[in-house]
Design a protein around this ligand. Structure first.
Ligand code: ZN
Length: 303
C-alpha cells in the first residue's frame, strides 16, 4: 500500500513542540499498547520541520461507511488534502449504500486514513464487555486484514465510557474521538473553542457535533476561525452523507468543495488539515482479535 502519511508528534514537557516526520518507521520504538499508558508513549522524533507554535489543525472525518463519501476523493485531491474515513467492517461490500473494499483501498492509496467505527455501528454504552471487545477489537482486526493501517477510532453515539476507553486501548488503537464536545455556531455554547494540541486525552479527542445539512459554509468557516482566534488548537469535523439535501446529516458537494477551497490556502496562516493519525502519530500496533488470549468477562477459573 502506498499509504505513507505525515506523522506529527510532540515532545512532552512544558514546551510542547510539534515535530513532523515522514513515514511510520521513525516511531517504531514506541512501546506496544498495553505496556504503558498511551499518554506516556509519546516519543520524541527527529524533526524534519516544525509546525509553528499556536498552529490550528483541522481534521475532516467521514463516518458510517456511506457510499456517497466516495465523492470526497476528487474534492480533496484538488487541494492535496486528506480526510479520515471511520468505517464499520460489517458494512463493507454488504450493500450498494456502503463503501466497498475497492472504494476504501482507492481512498487509502490516495493518502486518506481508514479508521474504525465498530464492526456494526453499535452503541457501546451498557453493552456487555465481551461484545464491546468484539465490536472494537474485531473491527480493527478485520480492517487490518483488508490491508488498512488502523490506529484511530471514533465512538458511535459518543459512547465513550471509561470501560469502553480501556477496550479501545487494549485493542491497539492510539486515539479515539467523540463528537459534541466543542463549541459550534449551532450549540454546545459552554464547550471549549478547540481541542488542545496534544489532546488532553487521546482516547477522548473532543470533536465538534456531526455536521448537519442546514449548517452553512459560514458555520464551517467560523469553527476554523474560532480556533485560530483562540490561539490555535485542534478542530475535528465529522461528516456523513455527501449529497444535496438528501439527509439530515449531509453536506452538499458544492458546500464541501467551497469549504475545502477556502480552507486549503490557510496553511499560509498556520492552519493545517491533518488526519487524526497524522496528528497523534506512533506505531501501528498489531491487531488484537477479541478472542486473542485476553480474559473475557465472567468468573475467574476455579471460582
Ligand atoms: Zn456513526
Amino acid at each position: 500500500m502506498r499509504f505513507q502519511p505525515l506523522v506529527i508528534l510532540w515532545r512532552r514537557g512544558p514546551h510542547l513542540a510539534a515535530a513532523v516526520a515522514t513515514g511510520m518507521a521513525l516511531v517504531a520504538a514506541c512501546s506496544p499498547s498495553g505496556t504503558a499508558p498511551l499518554s506516556e508513549q509519546w516519543a520524541p522524533l527527529e524533526a524534519t520541520s516544525q509546525l509553528p507554535p499556536r498552529a490550528t489543525v483541522i481534521s475532516l472525518i467521514f463516518s458510517d461507511t456511506l457510499k456517497s463519501q466516495k465523492r470526497a476523493g476528487p474534492l480533496f485531491a484538488r487541494h492535496g488534502l486528506h480526510a479520515a474515513f471511520y468505517v464499520n467492517s460489517s458494512r463493507i461490500d454488504s450493500h450498494s449504500a456502503y463503501l466497498s473494499r475497492e472504494d476504501l483501498q482507492a481512498l487509502a492509496e490516495a493518502g486518506h486514513e481508514v479508521g474504525s467505527h465498530t464492526a456494526g455501528h453499535k452503541n457501546l454504552e451498557d453493552m456487555p464487555l465481551a461484545e464491546v471487545r468484539q465490536q472494537v477489537c474485531d473491527d480493527r482486526a478485520a480492517l487490518m486484514h483488508l490491508g488498512f493501517s488502523v490506529t484511530s477510532f471514533a465512538y458511535p453515539f459518543s459512547s465513550d465510557t471509561p470501560t469502553v476507553r480501556q477496550v479501545i486501548e487494549d485493542c491497539g488503537f492510539r486515539s479515539a474521538s467523540a463528537t459534541g464536545l466543542i463549541r459550534h455556531p449551532r450549540g454546545c455554547a459552554k464547550c471549549p473553542l478547540a481541542e488542545t494540541l496534544p489532546p488532553l486525552d487521546p482516547l477522548r479527542i473532543r470533536a465538534v457535533a456531526s455536521v448537519q445539512e442546514h449548517w452553512t459554509l459560514k458555520d464551517l468557516q467560523s469553527l476554523v476561525l474560532q480556533a485560530e482566534g483562540a490561539g490555535g488548537g485542534w478542530i475535528t469535523l465529522s461528516f456523513h452523507q455527501i449529497c444535496d439535501g438528501c439527509a439530515e446529516y449531509g453536506i452538499s458537494e458544492t458546500k464541501l468543495a467551497a469549504f475545502l477551497a477556502w480552507l486549503a490556502p490557510r496553511s499560509s496562516r498556520g492552519t493545517y488539515v491533518r488526519t487524526p493519525h497524522e496528528v497523534i502519530g506512533g506505531p501501528v500496533n498489531p491487531p488484537v482479535p477479541s478472542n486473542d488470549g485476553v480474559a473475557q468477562e465472567g468468573p475467574a477459573p476455579g471460582r
